[in-house]
Design a protein around this ligand. Structure first.
Ligand code: ADP
Ligand code: NA
Length: 330
C-alpha cells in the first residue's frame, strides 16, 4: 500500500534553528522518511508577512534548508523544497482566500498574538491570511497527516473546513488532513526565564541555544542558565523550572529518562550537572553545524538539492492546481 503522505513547514526567520525548533519539530521529521511519503518546506512566503530584509530572507532560507539536510533529511528519501519555488502555493492560497469568511479568518488566535506588537491595524493582511496560505501548503500535496504542536491545531481545523467546503462546492478534490500529534516533547524553556518558552521572537540571546552556535558560546549559556538556590537535581515544574528544563533537554538529547538522570546526579550539585548538559548539547549540535557549514559553502550543491526538491514538489502541486483551475472555472 502507498505510504501516507506527510507535510510540514518551517519559517526562515532566524539565522539558525534553536533547540526548541530542533527538539519540538525538525528532529521529529527525520523518522517520517521511512514510514511516510514526506514533504518538507521552508516557508519563505510565510516569512514575508512581517516584511524581512530581502538579503536576510534569502540567506535565512538557504540556511534553513541546509540545516534540514544537516539534521538528516535525505533528498533520496523525502522532498525538501522552498515554498516560493513552487508558485502553486500562492495561487491556491488566493483561491482559498476567496472561500474563507472574514469572521472565520478573524477567529484565528495566532494572528491576535502575532499582530499584537504592531498596534491597531498595522499588521499586514498577509499576516491575517497566513493560515489560509498554510492550508494551501497542505492541500496542494494531498497530505494525509500534518505533524503539529498544540499551537497549530486551530489552523489545521481551518484547513479541513476549507477542503470540505471546496469538495462540497466543486466535487471531490482535496484530501482532509489529520493532525499527527508529535511525540510529547514538552516545551523547551528560555534558559534565562524558565517560565517562558525558548523562542526566537521573545527570548533574549542568552536564553536561546542555537543549533549553529559555537561550542564555547553554548557552554557559557548552559552554565549561566537560571536554576534556583537549592542544590538538588530534581524535576519539579513548580519549584525548579530551570533545573527541570535542563533535565528535559538532557533527556531528550540522550534518550536517558529523567528519573535515571536524577539518580545519576544525586548529591552532586548543579555544577557537574550543567557541565554535562552543556557537553550533550555541544555533541548534538556540532555535527549538524559542520554539515550545515559544508552545504552553505557549496552553493551549487545546495542549489541542486533544492532544485530536485522543487521539481518533485511542483509535479504534485501542478497536478492539483490543474484540477482546481478547471473546477473553479478558469
Ligand atoms: P519561535 O517560537 O522561535 O518563533 P516557531 O514558532 O517558528 O519558533 O517554531 C517552529 C517549530 O518549532 C514549531 O513546530 C514549534 O512547535 C517548535 N518550537 C518552537 N519553539 C519551541 C520550544 N521552545 N519548545 C518546543 N518546540 C518549539
Ligand atoms: Na513562534
Amino acid at each position: 500500500a502507498a505510504r501516507p503522505r506527510v507535510l510540514s513547514g518551517i519559517q526562515p526567520t532566524a539565522d539558525s534553528f534553536h533547540l526548541g525548533n530542533y527538539l519540538g519539530a525538525v528532529r521529529q521529521w527525520v523518522p517520517f522518511q521511512d514510514t511516510h511519503e514526506a514533504f518538507y518546506c521552508v516557508v519563505d512566503l510565510h516569512a514575508i508577512t512581517v516584511q524581512p530584509d530581502p538579503k536576510e530572507l534569502r540567506h535565512r532560507t538557504r540556511v534553513a534548508a541546509a540545516q534540514l539536510f544537516a539534521v538528516g533529511l535525505d533528498p533520496e528519501r523525502c522532498t525538501v523544497f522552498v515554498q516560493s519555488h513552487v508558485s502553486e502555493h500562492a495561487e491556491l492560497a488566493w483561491v482559498l482566500n476567496c472561500m474563507t469568511g472574514m469572521g472565520e479568518a478573524g477567529r484565528m488566535t495566532q494572528f491576535k498574538d502575532k499582530s499584537a506588537k504592531y498596534g491597531e491595524g498595522a499588521a499586514s493582511v498577509g499576516l491575517f491570511t497566513y493560515p489560509i496560505l498554510q492550508a494551501a501548503d497542505i492541500l496542494l500535496y494531498h497530505a494525509d497527516q500534518v505533524p503539529v504542536g498544540a499551537d497549530q491545531k486551530q489552523h489545521l481545523e481551518l484547513t479541513r473546513d476549507l477542503a470540505q467546503r471546496f469538495n462540497h462546492r466543486h466535487g471531490e478534490t482535496f484530501t482532509l488532513p489529520s493532525p499527527f500529534i508529535l511525540k510529547e516533547v514538552e516545551k523547551i524553556s528560555d534558559l534565562q526565564d524558565p517560565s517562558a518558552k525558548m523562542s526566537k521572537s521573545s527570548s533574549s540571546p542568552q536564553g536561546i541555544l542555537d543549533v549553529l552556535e559555537q561550542p564555547s558560546s553554548l557552554r557559557k549559556k548552559v552554565m549561566r542558565a537560571v536554576t534556583d538556590t537549592g542544590t538538588e537535581v530534581k524535576a519539579d515544574e513548580v519549584d525548579k523550572p530551570g533545573v527541570t528544563n535542563l533535565l528535559r533537554i538532557q533527556s531528550a538529547l540522550t534518550g536517558t529518562s529523567i528519573s535515571d538522570l536524577e539518580a545519576r546526579y544525586a548529591g552532586q550539585g548543579y555544577g557537574t550537572f550543567k557541565k554535562e548538559v552543556a557537553e550533550v548539547v555541544v555533541d548534538a549540535f556540532t555535527p549538524i553545524r559542520e554539515r550545515t557549514e559544508a552545504l552553505l559553502a557549496d552553493e551549487e550543491k545546495l542549489d541542486r538539492m533544492l532544485a530536485i526538491g522543487a521539481e518533485r514538489a511542483r509535479a504534485v502541486a501542478a497536478e492539483t492546481m490543474t484540477k482546481v483551475r478547471d473546477r473553479v472555472g478558469f
